[in-house]
Design a protein around this ligand. Structure first.
Ligand SMILES: [Zn+2]
Length: 456
């Protein structure tokens, strides 16, 4: 069965065929680096990481662009008195660290908006020439996209312009409240360094034009897949499409949108104060378990977080790892060992719950084969190994990569440390932690046990 993906523009499953045979080009909206990553950011990055891994496993080469929006209203506000660009780079580090911990692969290109201002100016000039953008009627350096000039406006989200309410601050020389900023005139209260010389005066780019310009810079007039979170569909992606299409580009062939994360059934939001930070999450299980959990729902369904989420994921993952360890066979990934059911699940618009069910079924059969001393064990073992490799979960095996002798030593040290903590001898507990660190072992205290892993 060929790969089918749900194209959210066409609102249907379509067979995926790249525009260039054997090669896939993908643009994914990266973070606005204004504050630490939340679960929604991680889920979104992970979904496209998984898609990319699956495309590679299917024999394609992949070019992936994931931008960094380092200039934005909120970056300037949140930077406060600090240098805004230094602030943006600092926030970006927290994203990179979370991506690295979750084994989200580096994209092929990671462009900064601030390094592509010329591309944005060129695209905006083109839109003005073609009659789809205009400099503000008040003579400022604001430049707006003229939504009324583009009859296809609303095509991504299937809306009609006359039914749209438009932005609330319909001024600054805007012709219509639906028109959106391509460039924003420099404001005296903002730092000079946050404005660039443009044909319309000192200004900085709007968010939407950044992605259109960077996608074109790296991928040209058309590319295969545009991805992002459901919350970006409107207005961000609608506006990206309007800019690029009215400039004469074909733009994305497929639009993919991942659903959001809910917290005990509720929308996650700052105003509700129910956000879960990455560091809170990492207190509850290993990074591999967090990756497992973030992957566990279909990407088009909301993923609900509750107190038991990570513990449950850890238990499920431990079951897989325990089988691999118990099999005592040489671990070499053989992609030919992928079971057909697994391939079919992945090809069905990345049906991860079904793919995980195949893994657990093969683990069950593999454990039975061990009990029965059956030679079939090798088939199940190779299948499980290949499947967790495709899902990027094989780093969960890192803790298995130690000698029995070292493992015994680590467990003894952890037991000693837990006793020291119980006795409130924190100096001793700390020195044991240091000793473990010298063995290249990190430990994490969970409510009911201490888990460990080998660094690197
Ligand atoms: Zn974008």
């Amino acid at each position: 069965m060929a790969l089918e993906l749900f194209d959210s523009k066409e609102q249907k499953l379509r067979e995926f065929k790249p525009l260039t045979s054997g090669h896939v080009e993908m643009y994914v909206c990266g973070p606005t680096v204004q504050s630490e990553p939340h679960l929604g950011h991680l889920r979104s990055a992970l979904v496209y990481d998984l898609l990319s891994r699956w495309l590679v496993a299917s024999g394609y080469t992949v070019t992936m662009v994931r931008n960094v929006t380092d200039i934005d209203d909120k970056v300037l506000v949140n930077a406060g008195a600090q240098d805004w660009l230094a602030f943006a780079r600092e926030v970006e580090k927290s994203f990179d660290e979370a991506y690295k911990n979750l084994r989200i692969l580096e994209p092929t290109h990671k462009p900064y908006a601030t390094e592509h201002i010329e591309d944005m100016i060129a695209l905006t000039k083109k839109l003005i020439e073609r009659g789809h953008a205009y400099q503000a009627e008040d003579g400022s350096a604001n430049v707006f996209f003229d939504t009324a000039s583009w009859s296809r406006y609303g095509e991504l989200t299937n809306q009609k312009l006359e039914n749209m309410e438009g932005e609330a601050d319909a001024s600054f020389g805007r012709r219509s409240p639906n028109d959106f900023a391509l460039f924003k005139a420099h404001k005296p209260e903002e730092p000079e360094s946050a404005a660039w010389q443009t044909p319309w005066g000192l200004a900085r780019p709007g968010w939407h034009i950044e992605c259109s310009a960077m996608a074109k810079h790296f991928l040209g007039e058309s590319f295969d897949i545009h991805g992002g979170g459901l919350d970006l569909r409107f207005p961000h992606h609608e506006n990206e499409l309007a800019q690029s299409a009215s400039a004469g580009d074909r733009f994305a062939n497929f639009w993919l949108h991942n659903a959001l994360i809910t917290i005990q059934g509720n929308k996650m939001s700052k105003s509700l104060g129910n956000g879960v930070s990455v560091s809170e999450l990492s207190q509850q299980g290993s990074w591999a378990a967090i990756r497992y959990w973030l992957l566990s729902a279909n990407y088009r369904s909301n993923l609900d977080y509750n107190r038991a989420s990570i513990t449950e994921a850890q238990t499920a993952l431990d079951r897989i790892v325990a089988f691999i360890k118990r099999a005592e066979l040489t671990r070499a990934v053989d992609m030919n060992a992928l079971p057909e059911d697994f391939t079919a699940a992945m090809n069905a618009d990345l049906n991860i719950p079904a793919a995980l069910a195949v893994i657990h079924e093969q683990v069950r059969l593999g454990n039975q084969a061990i009990d029965a001393k059956s030679v079939d064990l090798e088939i199940y073992f190779k299948a499980v190994l290949a499947m967790i490799h495709v899902l990027g979960l094989d780093f969960a095996l890192a803790e298995v990569e130690v000698s029995a002798e070292l493992e015994l030593k680590i467990n003894q040290l952890i037991a000693k440390r837990n006793q020291a903590k119980k006795d409130r001898d924190f100096a001793a507990a700390d020195s044991i932690r240091d000793e473990l660190a010298r063995l290249n072992v990190s430990i994490k205290d969970l409510p009911d046990k201490t888990i460990w892993s080998i660094n690197g």
